[in-house]
Every structure is written in structure tokens, then in C-alpha cells.
Write a protein that binds this ligand. Structure first.
Ligand code: MN
Length: 719
């Protein structure tokens, strides 16, 4: 590239910036930076922005924002070069060759994020968001350059056509500002929000600016009356402090007026001050002084120094009743806390051998990784978006274990959220909860400072209802996963049994079959998926058999035994619905022969598919000890289908008992399937199996039998 002489003004700006960088980053490669500035200047050449100004001013402004955040020299180089690949003929390989791998990666990351459409269909949005987060995990500096880029674009957005302006403002408000907030970049976040508001709601914004401007003097006087006694007392106590009026934050004022209906005059942010001191001890000292001079409103006191917010924010917040009965919010913090509060993740950047101190980033990166891990388990993209939104916008509630350990949860969390936060196993088995010593429902919404104790039981399991009240994404995804897995496991067990039984008819053992190979042929992920599909009925047994049986057995398969077995399985599943599973083999427990209307439970068995038992069957208790085998079932009766019921009848010896019995049963519209009578002395015992429509029908016929001359008792057949 031919060298172009750099405009004198720019040259001065460069040197000024380089000076500044050299001061806070001693590792800076100044000659490489100078080269990057010149390279970018040459590459953008005589390109103009829509405003008519030279394009090069944009990367230059981006770099100014980045040096304001005291970003390391590589980030600065990435910042000056960030639009070179996107907007000029220079390729990423050129950048790599000229400036090395690290800087090329930064430029590449920013270029890729710019290509993503972050608003759009949920699916597309989720996927693009995920890509952006992935690039952040790789190198968080990419997003810091992107923030600076977006901030300068928002500052100069007025030159764009309205539609484009609105779209960019919306994306900024819904994606970049919340992300900046989550990473603790408060100053950038609030400027992004204000600029979004200015473009999305220009009238409201103008009105707000006017109102704040017109009440400025009055407000400053109020603040002075509050701060002068505090200043004086602090000085007397030798606590060095500086005061700061809270920066104007139009968007948060707008939100309070519009979303929470608070009148403009009552908004505390307008009367907020910060006291910035030197040490941690000074914070509490200053707090004591403030509280001794003005009455605090206790419900609004928050100590984020003792329990920092998850984005690392630390400060003491207190609201006091000031002069003239006006409320003031006061924030007290150290300089270091102040910098973290304003710059978040950028404040953690330390310059030690040119590298960041990894541990300082951990809490942000942990959050990012959690978001991305979640996506790995969750095939549903829209719930990833929901999860991300919860994580970005969440407010928090702080609660304690009985031992005093602190847990931080999203606002509106319940005891179940807490249980999952303690440990997945605690969540999966939580039976009941005590809050501050009292038993509460599992859906109880936690409040700040609650002490929560979870009572677990090994037999307790999550159920669908929990999803209606849990609020943390962790609890939600763990419950969903459990529900999915438990259904999956029982389908696998069932599929295995069905297949084994089917093969047994041909004297083939299941273990001689290569299930992995079979799964591949059937386009299933693996053997377990194959068995689950069989269990669910998605793949028919005879389809499988046609694949694996030798030729001579196929004929037999299709015509005889299996069609009969399948028919039987289908027939016996008639009338019962099993939660979430279709087309599975169902049989009725021979011990209790349930009939429609009776409460029933399904048990996954070896050999007989799902076997149904009445809930008061005495065998059921034993079977339920293996909770993995229990499946939820409910009656779904076809009017024409009859169920088998067994009866024990005890009668005096009467000659006409048998004709009476058969007549009664016929008239009750029942069908006798079998009958066995034994006489002993003067008593007759009769064991009878009949077909009925449902429980009511059975009860009616039992009553009629009871009325037959000589009958002493009629009981359900149980074993
Ligand atoms: Mn740019």
C-alpha cells in the first residue's frame, strides 16, 4: 500500500492517545500501535461517513472510548482496525501478517458480530446471540470493542434514515444495553439506553430533558443543603471523600414513570448523590455519619459491599429523609468499587506481562459459560432465548441456608429454585421447605433475608407442576431434563423388553443382535435411542424384525406369530393413555384386574410392557419401591371396550344358584368369561370372571349378585 501522509491534526491526536496508553499500559508496543493507526488511516483513505465526515474519525473515536476504559494496547489496535476488513479490500490474513494473531482475532471477532442479525425470528436471534457469546468467551475484548463501536455509532446515528435508526436503536436497547449491564459496564449501558430512548421516543425524550433541565437549580440547592453537613462531619472525622451527583439517566427515569407509574416529582434518582471514599472502613464510617445526621428509611438500605451483585457491583445504598422532607438516595463506595461499578469487566483488566488477570474475569465468564452450557442441553432454541433474557434482565433476591450460607437467586424465586441452587440432588428430591422456621408451600416466593431449609425425601421426584412456579433458569432446565430423561429411560426399558420378547419367539437372543449397527440402519442416534423409539411406538417391532430376521423366518414373522402379538399388544392398550407415550404395550395386572374408573398406576416390567394395577392392589406397594418403573397412566375409555373383572362369591348351597347367577349377569349386560364352583359342606365358593364396561358397571352387577337368594358375600377377585 502506498504511504499516504497523515493529516497533521490526526497525527497530534495519535500521539496524544499513545501517551495516554503508555501511561496505563507499560507493556504497550507503541511502534506497532503507531503502525496500526497509519494502516487504518490509509485503508479507509477518502471514505466518508454518511455525515460527510472522513470515515477514519469513527475508528478514532472508538479508540478514544477504549482508552477511557483503560483497555490494553492490543484492544486499542483491534479498535483502530475494527472496520478495515468489513469496509475495505484488506483481508483478515493481511491483518494477521501485519499485526499478528491476537490483533487479527480481535478484528475478526468484531467483523463477525457486525454481520449477525440480533433481532429477528427467535430461532435466528438465539443462534446469533449464541455466536456472539461464544466469541466473548474466546476473548471478551471483542465485545468491549463492539460496545465502543456501537456507542459511537449511536452518538452519530442522527444522519441515518429513520427506519434504520429505529432498528439500530431497538437492537441497542434490547441486546447491547442489557449485555453491558450484565458485564457491569454501567456508564456505557446508561448512555446506550439514553441514546436508544432518544431515537425510539424522541418526544418523550425531549420532554424529559426539559423537565430535568428546568428543575436543575432547585435540585442542586437541595443537594447542597444535604451534603454540606455531611462534608463537614466527614472532614472533622478525617475521612477523605469526594461527592458526585448521579449522572442523568433518562432511560431509567422514563422506565420508572412509564412502567411503574411513579410521578416525575417523586423519582429519587433526581436527588441522588454518591460519596466516594478511600477505604472499605471509610464506607461504613461515612454511613454512620450520614445516618447520624439524617433519618434513614430502613426498608431501602442495601449493603452490596457485604454481598456484591453477580456482576461484581459493590456499594452501600441508603435512602434518607433530607431537609424539607425530601428523600435522597445515597451511595457510598471506594474508588475501586466506583470504577468497577462504572466500567465492570473493563475495570478488571490488569497489565501484568500484557495479560489479563484471569481470575478477575471469572465471575463474568462463569456466567457466559452457564448460558452456553444451557444451550448444549436444550434443543429448543426459543427457551435458550428465554433463559438468556432471564439472565440478562434479572434482579436478585438474597437468602440464607440454616448454616448462614448466602444464596443469590433471581427475583421471584421459590423454595424449589433455592433447592436446585443448593444442589441438583436437593432440588430433585425436595419434598417440603421451611422458611424462617415455618413450613411453607414449595411454591413460596422467597424474600430478601429469608432463611430457607429444604426437607428432602429419596422417593420425592420433580413433577410438571413445578415448572409453573420455578423462576431460575437452573431449576427450570434441571426439571425439564429430569422429566425428559425419566420418560426416556422408561421408554428404553420398555423397548428392550418388547424387542427381547419378539426375538424370543424366533429363538434369537437380544444380546446376539448388534444394536449399534441396527440403530445406524434405522437412522437412530445410538442403541438407546433405538430402544426408546421402539418403546414409544415410533418404530414398529415388525419393521425391526424384517431387518434382522433371516429370510426363512420373515414369512413366519409377517403372517403369523408377530402380527398376533402386535394385535394383542394393540388391543390390550385400548382404553388407556400413558402420559406422554403412545402406542405402547399395555397389560392389566392379573392380581387386581383394574377396570375403568378405578385409580391406576402403570409399572414398566420385563416382558409385559407396562402393567396396570389398581392403586389399592397389594402388589403395587412392592412394585413401587423401584420408582424408576412407575409411569403415569389414565383411563381413556372407548365406550365399546370391555374389561375383565374377577369375583369371589360365597353362597349357601342352593340348587338353582348357577342358573340364577347366569341370569342375573346376563340381564346386567355382562359377559361371563369363566366360572368355577366348588361345594364344601353347606357352602359354595364360586370364582367368576366377567367382562364389564367400567367400575360403575361392575358395582351394579355385584349388587345384583348380592341380592340372589343364598349369596353371603361378593368380593373383587384379588389374586
Ligand atoms: Mn465500526
Amino acid at each position: 500500500m502506498p504511504a499516504v501522509e497523515i493529516h497533521n491534526d490526526y497525527h497530534k491526536v495519535f500521539e496524544g492517545l499513545l501517551q495516554r496508553i503508555r501511561r496505563y499500559d507499560q507493556t504497550a508496543d507503541i511502534s506497532l500501535l503507531r503502525k496500526a493507526f497509519e494502516y487504518s488511516y490509509n485503508a479507509h483513505g477518502d471514505q466518508l461517513r454518511i455525515s460527510g465526515k472522513p470515515y477514519f474519525e469513527h475508528p478514532l473515536e472508538v479508540v478514544k472510548i477504549l482508552t477511557g476504559l483503560k483497555m490494553d494496547w492490543e484492544t486499542i489496535a483491534g479498535g483502530i482496525l475494527h472496520d478495515v476488513v468489513e469496509d475495505t479490500k484488506i483481508s483478515i490474513e493481511d491483518i494477521k501478517r501485519e499485526f499478528g494473531k491476537n490483533i487479527a482475532q480481535l478484528v475478526d471477532g468484531v467483523t463477525k458480530i457486525s454481520e449477525l442479525k440480533l433481532l429477528g425470528s427467535e430461532d435466528q436471534q438465539a443462534e446469533n446471540f449464541r455466536k456472539m457469546l461464544l466469541s466473548m468467551v474466546k476473548d471478551i475484548r471483542v465485545i468491549l470493542i463492539k460496545f465502543a463501536d456501537r456507542l459511537h455509532n449511536m452518538r452519530t446515528i442522527e444522519f441515518l434514515p429513520e427506519e434504520k435508526r429505529k432498528r439500530i436503536a431497538l437492537e441497542t436497547r434490547d441486546v447491547y444495553a442489557p449485555l453491558a449491564h450484565r458485564l457491569g459496564l454501567a456508564r456505557i449501558k446508561s448512555e446506550l439506553e439514553d441514546l436508544s430512548l432518544k431515537n425510539l421516543e424522541p418526544e418523550i425524550y425531549k420532554d424529559l430533558v426539559n423537565r430535568i433541565q428546568s428543575t436543575k437549580r432547585e435540585r442542586e440547592n437541595s443537594i447542597r443543603r444535604l451534603t454540606s453537613p455531611i462534608r463537614k462531619t466527614l472532614a472533622d472525622a478525617n475521612v477523605r471523600a469526594r461527592f458526585e451527583g448521579r449522572a442523568k439517566d433518562y432511560y431509567s427515569i422514563y422506565n420508572k414513570i412509564n412502567k411503574r407509574g411513579i410521578p416525575f416529582e417523586e423519582i429519587h434518582d433526581l436527588l441522588a448523590i454518591r460519596i466516594i471514599v478511600e477505604t472499605l472502613e471509610d464506607c461504613y464510617h461515612a454511613l454512620g455519619i450520614v445516618h447520624s445526621l439524617f433519618n434513614p428509611l430502613h426498608e431501602r438500605f442495601k449493603d452490596y459491599i457485604a454481598t456484591p451483585k453477580s456482576n461484581g457491583y459493590q456499594s452501600i445504598h441508603t435512602t434518607v429523609m433530607g431537609p424539607e422532607g425530601k428523600k435522597f438516595e445515597i451511595q457510598i463506595r471506594t474508588e475501586q468499587m466506583h470504577r468497577t461499578a462504572e466500567e465492570g469487566i473493563a475495570a478488571h483488566w490488569k497489565y501484568k506481562e500484557g495479560k489479563s488477570r484471569e481470575d478477575d474475569f471469572d465471575k463474568h465468564l462463569v456466567w457466559l459459560r452457564q448460558v452456553l452450557d444451557f444451550d448444549d442441553q436444550e434443543p429448543d432454541k426459543s427457551s435458550f432465548m428465554e433463559h438468556l433474557k432471564i439472565n440478562l434482565f434479572q434482579d436478585e433476591v438474597f437468602v440464607f441456608t440454616p448454616k448462614g450460607d448466602l444464596h443469590r437467586l433471581p427475583l421471584h424465586s421459590t423454595t424449589v429454585d433455592f433447592a436446585f441452587n443448593v444442589h441438583t440432588d436437593v432440588g430433585l428430591h425436595c419434598l417440603a421447605a421451611k422458611v424462617n422456621g415455618r413450613i411453607v408451600p414449595l411454591s413460596y416466593e422467597l424474600k430478601n433475608g429469608d432463611t430457607v431449609e429444604i426437607i428432602t425425601s429419596t422417593s420425592q421426584r420433580p413433577n410438571e407442576d413445578w415448572l409453573k412456579f420455578v423462576n431460575s433458569s437452573k431449576a427450570r432446565s434441571k426439571i425439564k431434563k429430569w422429566l425428559r430423561d425419566s420418560k426416556f429411560d422408561s421408554s428404553v426399558a420398555l423397548g428392550e423388553e418388547m424387542l427381547a420378547k419378539a426375538l424370543f419367539k424366533f429363538s434369537i437372543k437380544l444380546k446376539t443382535i448388534d444394536l449399534v449397527d441396527l440403530a445406524q440402519k434405522m437412522k437412530q442416534k445410538d442403541d438407546k435411542d433405538l430402544l426408546a423409539s421402539i418403546g414409544r411406538g415410533d418404530i414398529k417391532i415388525d419393521t425391526i424384525l424384517r431387518r434382522i430376521l433371516p429370510e426363512d423366518k420373515k414369512e413366519q414373522s409377517e403372517k403369523n406369530v408377530f402380527s398376533r402379538i402386535i394385535d394383542k399388544a394393540r388391543k390390550s392398550s385400548h382404553g388407556v393413555r400413558v402420559a406422554g407415550i403412545d402406542n405402547i404395550m399395555i397389560t392389566f395386572g392379573k392380581c387386581c384386574n383394574p377396570v375403568p374408573g378405578e385409580p391406576i398406576t402403570g409399572i414398566v416390567t420385563r416382558g409385559r410392557g407396562i402393567v396396570l394395577h389398581t392403586n389399592n392392589c397389594r402388589n403395587l406397594l412392592k412394585l413401587m419401591q423401584d420408582p424408576d418403573r412407575i409411569v403415569e397412566v389414565s383411563w381413556d375409555v372407548d365406550k365399546n371396550y370391555r374389561f375383565l373383572a374377577g369375583l369371589h362369591i360365597l353362597s349357601e348351597r342352593k340348587n338353582n344358584l348357577l342358573p340364577n347367577l347366569s341370569d342375573t349377569i346376563n340381564r346386567a349386560d355382562c359377559i361371563i368369561k369363566s366360572i368355577k364352583m366348588t361345594a364344601e359342606d353347606s357352602l359354595i365358593t364360586c370364582t367368576l370372571s366377567i367382562e364389564v364396561y367400567d367400575l360403575d358397571h361392575l358395582k351394579r352387577v355385584m349388587n345384583s349378585i348380592h341380592k340372589i337368594d343364598g349369596v353371603i358375600s361378593v368380593k373383587r377377585f384379588n389374586d
